[in-house]
Design a protein around this ligand. Structure first.
Ligand code: HOZ
Length: 425
């Protein structure tokens, strides 16, 4: 095993930027990314033999902690029977039943291999179902690297200064209307102007790729009623929030039901999985039942399904949500009181096991306010805590995640280290 710097040098020669996903490259915080050789529970173990309490949790999936024994056992058991069949298999039926049982608006579901595939397929389905082309998305929302959705996008696209990616034909982007999140009037006006042309509104109901933003009271309800009135398909991208903020995601928490939902991350138990699902009437438009084509050689892969089923069953049997929320609140309180003592304006939006830091005077409600926050402070904190054994996402605009494996010690230590980092600002 070689050290991170050496691995990164080798990687940069043959992998663009040395990474297989841009946000991993530490470009916005500076420095060289570390390489992980092993992960267990709440911790990552680096190639440089550093032990890190991990608040990235593989960008969301590992809600039960890394290398969870139950998920591992389920994968091993499935592995005994083979790695891929290319035919229907029993696991995918169980998985679909689980998703339908847990996510309130989903009546039928199709498995894919990533969140990007899920949103891409949901958009195509909405267009095929309605026979319309235009879609609405919101500034700062990130829905994976889908052509028509990489317009004013969040996550790595925003972090690296490419919210509008190169390589997207203007004619594709022209079908995407970008609106400010949490602005009901802008939404009403867009529906007035384009109502009958709108195939879909796609939204992260809690935008979590530009920090973490919550909807103002009545906003999602307003979105729902405009979509219903105009026959537009409402798509919730719950790749980040699904099974995370509640078993049934934001839709369970708020009671606002989309027509279609895109899922990913937790449903793979750490293996590559996505899914999209929703109303039967709409899902019947997908091939082989209907004219909207969508496919995948490895979709419903038995190992990925076994891992995901184990992860979802564990959520149901253990109900980690109250404990995760306590952890989240503990971190939030520690951050807020340290900032208060230091006299630095800080907002810490938190829901359950998701939180972020905005160095701003007032709560952040949209992309403009998020990008106006002082990200320099985040960079300083990022490096300070990394040196002390705490890993935050390498971008001010990514959400931090907590797992149920972050037992008392990990959370207490992280609170101390974060408090100290704020005091040193
Ligand atoms: N999918 C994650 C969204 N915040 C980021 C992970 C990545 O782009 O690699």
């Amino acid at each position: 095993m070689t050290h991170s710097n050496e691995l990164f040098e080798r990687a940069q020669k043959i992998i663009p930027g040395g990474v297989n996903s841009p946000v991993r490259a530490f470009r916005s915080v500076g420095g060289t990314p570390f390489f992980t050789k092993r992960a267990q529970g709440a911790k990552l173990y680096t190639a440089d033999d550093q032990e890190l309490i991990d608040f990235v949790c593989t960008w969301g999936p590992s809600i039960h902690g890394h290398n969870d024994p139950t998920i591992k056992a389920a994968i091993s058991k499935a592995l005994d029977s083979g790695t891929s069949f290319g035919t229907p298999n029993p696991y995918e039926v169980t998985m679909a039943e689980k998703i339908v049982e847990m996510v309130p608006s989903v009546e039928m579901v199709r498995m894919v291999n990533s969140g990007t595939e899920a949103t891409m397929s949901a958009i195509r389905l909405a267009r095929g179902f309605t026979g319309r082309n235009k879609i609405i998305k919101f500034a700062g929302c990130y829905h994976g690297h889908v052509d028509s959705l990489l317009v004013q996008a969040g996550s790595g696209a925003l972090t690296l200064g490419n919210p509008d990616s190169a390589g997207i034909p203007p004619s594709f982007a022209a079908e995407t209307i970008v609106l400010p999140y949490n602005d009901p009037e802008a939404l009403s006006n867009a529906f007035k102007q384009y109502g009958d042309e709108l195939a879909a509104v796609i939204v992260e109901p809690f935008p979590a790729n530009v920090g973490l933003i919550f909807p103002l009271e009545g906003y999602l309800e307003h979105m729902r009623s405009l979509c219903t009135e105009h026959g537009t398909v409402l798509i919730f991208d719950e790749v980040m929030t699904g099974f995370r903020v509640a078993p049934g995601g934001v839709q369970e928490k708020t009671g606002v039901m989309p027509d279609l939902t895109a899922l990913g991350k937790i449903i793979g138990g750490g293996l590559p999985v996505g899914a999209f699902g929703g109303k039967t009437e709409i899902m019947h438009s997908i091939a082989p039942l209907g004219p909207v084509y969508q496919a995948g050689t490895l979709s419903g892969n038995p190992l990925a399904m076994a891992a995901g089923i184990a992860a979802l069953e564990k959520l149901t049997s253990e109900d980690p949500y109250p404990r995760l929320n306590e952890f989240g609140e503990q971190i939030r309180n520690a951050l807020i009181s340290a900032a208060k003592e230091k006299g630095i304006p800080l907002q810490v939006p938190q829901t359950g096991s998701m939180f972020c830091m905005y160095f701003s005077e007032t709560p952040v409600t949209n992309y403009e306010e998020a990008t106006a926050s002082k990200t320099e402070h985040f960079k300083t904190i990022f490096h300070h805590v990394l040196g002390k054994g705490v890993y935050l996402p390498p971008s001010a605009y990514e959400t931090c995640f907590i797992s149920s494996a972050h037992e008392g010690d990990a959370i207490n230590m992280a609170c101390d280290v974060l408090t100290e980092a704020i005091k040193h600002l």
